[in-house]
Design a protein around this ligand. Structure first.
Ligand code: FAD
Ligand code: A2P
Length: 340
């Protein structure tokens, strides 16, 4: 049985880049998070999808926008907390859409919606159930001729979001997606969560739900959640303080492995990518999947060919058919992918 963990300090750690000396989840607010649960808590049949569409978007309000990576990170990633006053509920693993203001240069039409995985649990970082958080990487364009970033070609929505200030209004759609939900019905389920960069977002929601909240799901969870995160270097790690805290509290139930592509080498002397890190534990991962674990992939679309090649090679070594193996995982709904 899990002891409910606490939240006050986590709100501070979530909303700023904080070094390792950050306050931990030590102070309990003794809040019971049961007011946004289904009956039974793992029943997802009533989970809401697309309550707000492009033509009638929801208006959310920015609570805070904080850079959460260190100075040597390869880009800028921000944690953005949005107030929805409880009127735009979602659950862990869903995404929100954001419609950036203004119009497209090419045809004068309004900008299209961009999707962002929600990085908080359904209760939000403040546990009120009235906020949700996004983890947004500022998209920049490196111009080979200029040998510099070209501001004219920077990403519209991610720059808009990373430049927001408290009180700014956001036009939002969703919540969308049911692919990345946690099944939750069997509290012994193992979760293998593989991310590159901002692909960490849904897993932060999972980890808060499983380890830091006083929810029915956390109360009974006895499985193992294993996080694999790939980023360029240690300054680019995301939410590391929260994850280290989860590991310290629940060493039997939570594991983390990082692939730091520009600080570590794989066994062939190349960049340590996430697929190389996962491969190091292939036997354990295959055994877990054989026993019903769920595996999730989120982040760069570009990681999937490497992941699939690696898994195929492991299957060959083990003398099993990759196609059959994958088909079995998909049929059993153990395989979850959201890449972009
Ligand atoms: P856009 O304006 O759409 O531009 C896209 C890219 O093109 C940018 O890199 C831009 O620099 C480049 N570009 C612009 N003009 C030119 C030009 N003339 N020539 C060449 N290149 C150009 N992102 C996150 O950060 N966090 C998330 O949690 C997240 N979750 C997602 C979940 C889903 C399900 C999906 C589908 C996507 C998710 N994304 C996430 C990605 C996000 O939706 C956007 O695609 C991303 O933020 C870029 O949008 P943008 O408006 O900033 O860039
Ligand atoms: P690198 O940038 O060193 O090539 P990003 O910072 O762009 O969000 O990327 C997150 C991590 O994913 C970085 O470590 C990046 O490495 C890595 N990455 C880039 N391309 C791939 C790929 N094809 N497969 C796996 N990881 C990748």
């Amino acid at each position: 049985m899990k002891v409910a963990a606490c939240l006050a300090a986590s709100i501070a750690t979530a909303s700023a880049f904080v070094p390792q000396s950050a306050p931990k989840f030590g102070t309990s607010l003794n809040l019971k998070q049961d007011f946004l649960e289904y009956t039974p808590y793992y029943d997802h049949s009533a989970v809401k999808v697309n309550t707000h569409k492009n033509k009638a978007p929801f208006t959310g309000k920015v609570v805070s926008t904080k850079r959460i990576v260190g100075p040597k990170a390869t880009g800028e990633t921000c944690h953005i907390i949005i107030d929805h006053e409880g009127d735009f509920p979602y659950i862990e693993g869903q995404s929100w859409g954001v419609i950036p203001p203004g119009t497209r240069e090419k045809d004068g039409k309004p900008h299209a919606v961009r999707l962002y995985s929600i990085a908080s649990s359904r209760y939000g970082d403040d546990m009120t159930g009235k906020t949700g958080s996004l983890c947004v990487r500022r998209a920049t364009y490196w111009c080979p001729e200029l040998q510099a970033d070209d501001p004219a070609k920077k990403g519209v929505c991610s720059n808009f979001l990373c430049d927001t200030t408290p009180g700014d209004e956001l036009k939002m759609t969703g919540p969308s997606g049911k692919v990345m939900l946690m099944p939750e019905e069997d509290p012994n389920t193992d979760y293998i969560m593989v991310a590159t960069g901002t692909g960490i977002a849904p897993y932060r929601g999972f980890i808060r739900r499983l380890f830091f909240e006083d929810t029915p799901a956390a109360d009974v969870y006895k499985g193992q959640a294993w996080l694999f995160l790939g980023v360029a270097n240690s300054d680019a790690l995301l939410y590391d303080d929260e994850f280290q805290d989860a590991k310290a509290r629940y060493p039997d139930n939570f594991r983390i492995d990082y692939a730091l592509s520009r600080e570590q080498e794989n066994k062939k002397g190349g960049k340590m990518y996430i697929q190389d890190k996962v491969e190091e534990y292939a036997d354990e991962i295959f055994n877990k999947l054989d026993s019903g674990a769920h595996i999730y992939f989120c982040g760069l679309k570009g990681m999937m060919p490497g992941i699939q090649d690696m898994l195929k090679a492991v299957c060959e070594e083990k003398g099993i058919s990759y196609d059959e193996w994958l088909k079995g995982l998909k049929q059993a709904k153990q395989w979850h992918v959201e890449v972009y």
